[in-house]
Design a protein. Structure first.
Length: 312
């Protein structure tokens, strides 16, 4: 069997290089971050699911964000926390492929959801009288279906192409498994995979950016044209939180992708940005939307008081 045809059962993720005195503090901090983030995202899902006054298109679309965040957290944190304690960065190749699939799936779901939410805000502000006719429950369900369908179809196509190769190297250059780092384990010609991966990235990031840019341009024109304080207040209140989430995710993803393309890019920069993609959106989404969106904030407070028995 040649080097190009070899197959390995285990691969090694990038070393954490933690001093012995920091191993358990890092584990405790990571476990606390994992549990509190899961809790916050579950609370957002529960509040939207059980609050009748939140059964609106914006919140039904918004619930996709914590669902995707939870998928990413479960795919990354348990294996990461175990490796902190054991200082063993080995992972089976099949588990590595599964982790990469779910993390990329999370990225696609996040970016598609944010672009559809921008479209929803565009209709709500630019065509408020037609909003209920356009964003019907059936239309919202269709949009949610297509978000998940495109994510599943895109990720299956990417990773089915990747699975046809045997790996001949065993060292992952990142702290977790992803498509670019797995491709670096392959000695065969992966030009087709590279071009297809680039195409899917441009389609998802570029397409979503166009939708968001168009939506916010129309919202801006509407606010300037009407020059009404209510329109400006509504736009800032509902669009500001969305824009922060979208820009954070886009910037981290794009810089991380470019760092993989340039050989001279510091490995530490790529690893830190990769962690930012997985940690900041799941941590910040419940905080940003929970604190800034008044309807959601009030319902979260009411839900927690009822759950903790603080109200009759």
């Amino acid at each position: 069997m040649t080097a190009n045809e070899s197959s390995l059962d285990f691969v090694s993720l990038a070393a954490l290089d933690l001093p012995p005195m920091l191993i358990y503090p890092a584990f405790i901090f990571g476990l606390f971050t994992f549990l509190i983030t899961i809790f916050c995202n579950v609370v957002v899902i529960a509040v939207i699911a059980f609050s009748k006054d939140l059964q609106k298109p914006m919140f039904l679309l918004m619930v996709n964000l914590p669902i995707g965040d939870i998928i990413a957290l479960i795919a990354f944190f348990p294996q990461f926390l175990i490796s902190i304690v054991t200082q063993n960065r080995l992972i089976t190749y099949n588990a590595c492929m599964s982790q990469a699939f779910f993390l990329h799936f999370y990225g696609g779901a996040n970016i598609f959801t944010l672009s559809v939410m921008a479209y929803d805000r565009y209709i709500a502000i630019c065509a408020p009288l037609r909003y209920n006719a356009i964003m019907t429950p059936q239309k919202v369900i269709q949009l949610i279906f297509w978000i998940w369908f495109f994510c599943v179809a895109m990720m299956f196509s990417v990773f089915l192409q990747l699975a046809r190769f045997k790996i001949c190297r065993s060292k992952i250059v990142d702290l977790y498994c992803n498509n670019p780092s797995i491709m670096k384990l392959i000695c065969n010609n992966t030009a087709v995979n590279n071009y297809y991966g680039l195409f899917t990235l441009i389609l998802s990031l570029g397409g979503s950016s166009l939708v968001v840019i168009y939506s916010y341009t129309q919202i801006l024109f509407t606010c300037v044209k009407t020059n009404q304080a209510d329109a400006w207040h509504k736009a800032i209140q509902t669009c500001g939180t969305h824009l922060v989430s979208f820009l954070l995710f886009q910037v981290f993803t794009m810089i991380s992708f470019l760092a993989h393309r340039f050989q001279n890019a510091p490995a530490s920069l790529r690893q830190i940005l990769g962690l930012c993609i997985l940690i900041f959106p799941p941590v910040l989404d419940p905080i940003i939307y929970g604190l800034k969106v008044q309807e959601l904030r009030l319902n979260i407070v009411r839900f927690l008081k009822k759950t903790l028995g603080l109200t009759k």
